[in-house]
Design a protein around this ligand. Structure first.
Ligand SMILES: [Ca+2]
Ligand SMILES: [Ca+2]
Ligand SMILES: [Ca+2]
Ligand SMILES: [Ca+2]
Length: 706
């Protein structure tokens, strides 16, 4: 240990007296938020099957992520058609689960198992999207205007996840980015939140509402202010979250408001995240959850998407989140030079300190307030991860270090010998096409204690009757020859620091011919559901080719309703506009892609629905006919009809009533409902909204009680 300390001092010596020393004071007496979880990119699901498990492993075990977001598959779960028009009865046949099952099996369970293997709390939240212009499609009006129907839609998913997979989300966000390209607003969220929140409580779900999750901090703050006095709503809110895509000056307001109400905050989406965002969110935003959205923010794929390396962002952000685990409290740490930012965290009586120097000069630093003990030292300098061995704090002495330019440095409590950290590994090239039959396998690791590492490569799986030669199986890099048959070859490398042994697997696929392109996420949008007189949509596909061959696309019409004459405007593009969909019925479009060696295709059905007219509220009756106090209940009875015979749902709300009256609907989501409670004399206006698949109509019912 003393040898390593000596090494560290020498390492920093050259820089040591270059400038005046900066003082960093760590003060565990002042505590801020508790860290609850670090979130993973929602896009994990879109990665190729053969690489997803490796990405999840690195995301959980190296980067330290513990949280996932699940977007309800909107084009599949109950979507365009309401299940049965009764929000108090789930017609399970209308709730399609293929995609949900795939996401749970491919991402959520493997991720959850890894987090729980580390004895850490896994956390999940649900956040459906309703973008008018997105692949999700717009919100169906029955979800927007009937909080009872929305509640059924959400609860059905929670019941499904619980009963089938034993998964219970911590939070439910009603709309991803409410107000951004969708018709949600603060009042609608609060109305749904109250009904959903009460139902969750009643059914014994621990799930709380995550709110408002707007596109940026300032819009989120406006949403909060719009409903800040609606305490009935706030009692169901468990997390205040925001995205970062616009103006973000109001972070401290959101933080202070939330903390005052005992609520944690979270940053839950931005593409292009770096360590500065994390710092701002942890300090000004006071976040307890911080979440990635784009996988590319920390992973760099090779051209074939068969392998990846880590970006400098991965290592810089890892300097914080790998070491600061759920349950840690952020505590005060102050530097007397604003160019040097610091973060400090307390867990189990031990302190982790992070120093961020994003400037171009190095600084000598003196750190006060670290408890006596042994600390590990690691840093990422110009995007390169490095280990500095161990250092000791004795007799409450300050610790002197030098922070290099463009460096994020972590001083963490060293509690036991730590296994080597793998920086990169893989095969080069990452796959082979016969007759090529040789590759290089490589791994690069460093040990936190600076221990000498030993390597051993092994063959785990190979096709029969193949003999492979590994030229240097005990080196970080080895050449392998003899991959002469097609199939998957699985290698493993063990890395041993004398006390811990870790393993990595490398899978090399050998093909005997060019591989066809893969089509994914074939869909139409803008709009997703076409109802006349709307007569156009956009056909979209995603394609991936492992050899990165130049690709050509072709959309065509396979079948259409009699008399139809749709026009494909740009059939040679990935995204093709189709117009003149003037006849209702099913249109089958074919998307074909060629890499010049292979042609593959998939078909997409687009249904065009007949023109729709809104439901009609034919009559409303009130019982009793004599409305005289004392009165403890009345019954509202509406008769709703739809000209096309669509499934309709309805929702009752109170538009106006005397201030001192306290009344509530027994079943506001049914045409007939009892209204109970405490009535006083005065004027009451009840509103019923009747909703079919695309339209709604409302009627006010005025009642005088004497
Ligand atoms: Ca229903
Ligand atoms: Ca070690
Ligand atoms: Ca190909
Ligand atoms: Ca209708």
């Amino acid at each position: 240990m003393s040898r390593l300390f000596f090494f560290t001092v020498i390492l920093f010596f050259n820089f040591l007296f270059s400038q005046e020393e900066i003082i960093v004071d760590v003060n565990p007496g002042i505590e801020y938020q508790t860290i609850l979880g670090w979130g993973a990119p929602a896009g994990l699901i879109h990665q190729p099957d053969n690489i997803i498990d490796i990405i999840i492993d690195e995301s959980v075990n190296s980067l330290g992520l513990t949280r996932l977001r699940f977007e309800i598959p909107r084009r599949e779960w109950e979507d365009y058609f309401n299940d049965d028009g009764d929000p108090y009865h789930i017609n399970w046949a209308s709730f399609k689960t293929n995609k949900t099952d795939k996401i749970v099996k491919k991402v959520i369970l493997p991720f959850k198992n890894r987090v729980e293997n580390n004895k850490e709390p896994f956390s999940l939240y649900i956040s459906p999207s309703f973008f008018n212009g997105g692949s999700s499609g717009s919100v169906p009006p029955y979800l927007l205007y009937s909080p009872a129907e929305y509640t059924e839609w959400a609860i059905a998913m929670l019941i499904y996840l619980r009963d089938k997979y034993d998964i219970i989300p911590e939070y439910y966000c009603i709309c991803n980015e409410a107000g951004n390209n969708n018709p949600f607003n603060p009042k609608i969220l609060a109305e749904i939140g109250k009904v959903l929140g009460e139902k969750l409580k009643e059914m014994g779900f621990k799930t709380k509402i995550q709110f408002p999750e707007c596109v940026d901090v300032n819009s989120s703050w406006n949403y909060i202010k719009a409903v800040e006095n609606d305490y009935e709503f706030w009692k169901y809110v468990g997390l205040v979250s925001y995205h970062l895509y616009g103006r973000n000056e109001e972070r401290t307001n959101i933080r202070d408001f939330s903390w005052k109400r005992g609520l944690p905050t979270g940053q839950t989406e931005f593409m292009g995240l770096n360590v500065n965002h994390l710092y701002e969110d942890l300090t000004n935003g006071g976040v307890s959850y911080w979440e990635f959205y784009a996988l590319l923010d920390y992973i760099k794929f090779n051209n074939s998407k068969t392998w990846f390396s880590f970006t400098p962002n991965f290592w810089e952000i890892r300097q914080i989140i790998h070491y600061v685990r759920p349950g840690a409290k952020r505590i005060e740490s102050i530097s007397n030079n604003s160019n040097l930012r610091t973060l400090a965290f307390l867990k189990d009586g031990k302190i982790t300190l992070i120093i961020l120097n994003k400037g171009q000069i190095s600084f000598p630093v003196k750190i006060n307030g670290l408890p006596d003990g042994t600390y590990g030292l690691s840093w990422t300098e110009k995007g390169v991860y490095q280990e500095g061995g161990l250092i000791n704090v004795k007799n409450s002495q300050p610790l002197s270090l030098n922070i290099h330019p463009d460096t994020i440095l972590t001083i963490y409590p060293h509690q036991k010998n730590i296994p080597p950290v793998i920086i990169e590994w893989g095969a080069d090239p990452s796959f082979l096409k016969l007759p090529e039959n040789k590759i290089n396998l490589y791994v690069k690791a460093i040990d936190p204690e600076g221990e000498k590492l030993e390597y051993e490569w092994k063959i785990l799986e190979k096709p029969e009757d193949v003999s492979l030669i590994l030229t240097s199986p005990h080196s970080p890099k080895t050449f392998v020859s003899g991959l002469t048959k097609k199939g998957d070859y699985v290698f493993s490398v063990s890395i041993n620091d004398g006390k811990n042994e870790i393993f990595k697997k490398v899978v090399v696929s050998v093909y005997d011919k060019n591989q066809p392109p893969q089509i994914f996420d074939l869909h139409n949008r803008i709009p997703v559901n076409v109802t006349l007189p709307e007569s156009k949509t956009v056909l979209r596909a995603g394609v991936f080719d492992i050899e990165n061959d130049p690709l050509s696309y072709h959309w065509s019409i396979v079948s259409q309703p009699p008399g139809a004459n749709p026009v494909l405007e740009n059939p040679d593009k990935l995204s093709c506009n189709v117009s003149n969909l003037k006849i209702p019925g099913d249109y089958i479009f074919r998307f074909k892609v060629s890499d010049t060696f292979n042609v593959v295709w998939e078909d997409l059905k687009v249904t065009v629905y007949q023109e729709n007219s809104p439901p009609v509220i034919e009559e409303v009756k009130i019982e009793p006919s004599e409305l005289k106090l004392p009165l403890s209940k009345i019954i509202l009875k509406a008769k709703v009809r739809d000209p096309e015979g669509d499934i309709t749902t309805s929702y009752w709300s109170i538009k106006k009533c005397p201030l001192s009256a306290k009344i509530y609907f027994e079943k506001p989501g049914l045409p007939t409902t009892q209204v109970s409670g405490y009535f006083v004399s005065g004027e009451y206006i009840f509103t019923i909204t009747a909703i079919d698949r695309t339209k709604f109509t409302s009627r006010d019912v005025k009642v005088s009680i004497e």
